[in-house]
Design a protein around this ligand. Structure first.
Ligand code: ADE
Length: 229
């Protein structure tokens, strides 16, 4: 069972997506669990403040250290004393606490494979213009980016990462084969696939696929798989 704990200001953004595959089956079969934690519940005041201006000046607001600290303390079930050695304690429990940020390590299929073997992953979704740097320095084990572009928050990166990871848990994808032959798994993109009709407005399915000659079809697919690099 792989447990995800998501710290976000927008838990609602996740719900529809998590009601579908591959999550639906993973939850049903108790292969994964995802808990959403609203950062607003850990605000520093009754007005729900979670962001502030940056020391030294600059435009925009960043997420403050305290609400994220409090959320992590709850999620990890740590005392303030345990929070002082956050990285070591999380590491000892084989828990990864990941801040989603464009300045992180680039996410790819091999990172997904490593994460799929863990039992607990905490994802911290940044928002606004950034996150107080003390979070990255003291209160997370990794920083991960889904690509060299800037999104408005870590919610879509968190969904992308969870989906890639959950698909790799055996039993989540119906045909075990599917994950194996799929894009990237063996350094290749998938071969082209076609369904009915054979001829769509003059656009035809390659003839070899209609022959039933499995050896030749396999060879055609191998040749026509696009390499990833
Ligand atoms: N937050 C904003 N942009 C991001 C990105 N590219 N990857 C991960 N988190 C982000």
């Amino acid at each position: 069972m792989l447990k995800f704990e998501i710290i976000t200001l927008f838990p609602e953004l996740f719900k529809e997506h998590l009601n579908n595959m591959p999550f639906k089956r993973a939850f049903k079969k108790n292969l994964a669990e995802i808990k959403l934690h609203n950062l607003r519940d850990y605000a520093i005041d009754k007005r729900g403040t979670v962001d502030g201006t940056t020391y030294g000046g600059g435009v925009g607001m960043i997420l403050m250290v305290e609400p994220i600290y409090k959320a992590l303390k709850t999620v990890m079930n740590y005392t303030d004393e345990q929070m002082k050695n956050f990285k070591q304690n999380a590491g000892a429990e084989k828990t990864r606490v990941i801040l989603l940020s464009p300045n992180g390590v680039k996410f790819n299929q091999s990172v997904a494979e490593k994460l799929s073997g863990l039992s607990k992953i905490v994802l911290i979704c940044g928002r606004y213009e950034g996150v107080d740097a003390r979070i990255q320095e003291y209160f997370c084990t990794d920083t991960v980016s889904i690509g060299d572009y800037v999104l408005s928050g870590g919610e879509i990166p968190a969904l992308a990462i969870m989906e890639a990871v959950v698909r790799l848990i055996p039993g989540t994808i119906l045909k075990e084969e599917a994950t194996k032959i799929e894009s990237f798994a063996d350094g290749k993109l998938e071969y082209p696939q076609y369904s009915k009709p054979e001829n769509f407005m003059g656009l035809k399915v390659p003839e070899i696929l209609l022959t039933g000659n499995h050896r030749k079809i396999e060879e055609w697919r191998r040749v026509n798989s696009r390499k990833t690099q």
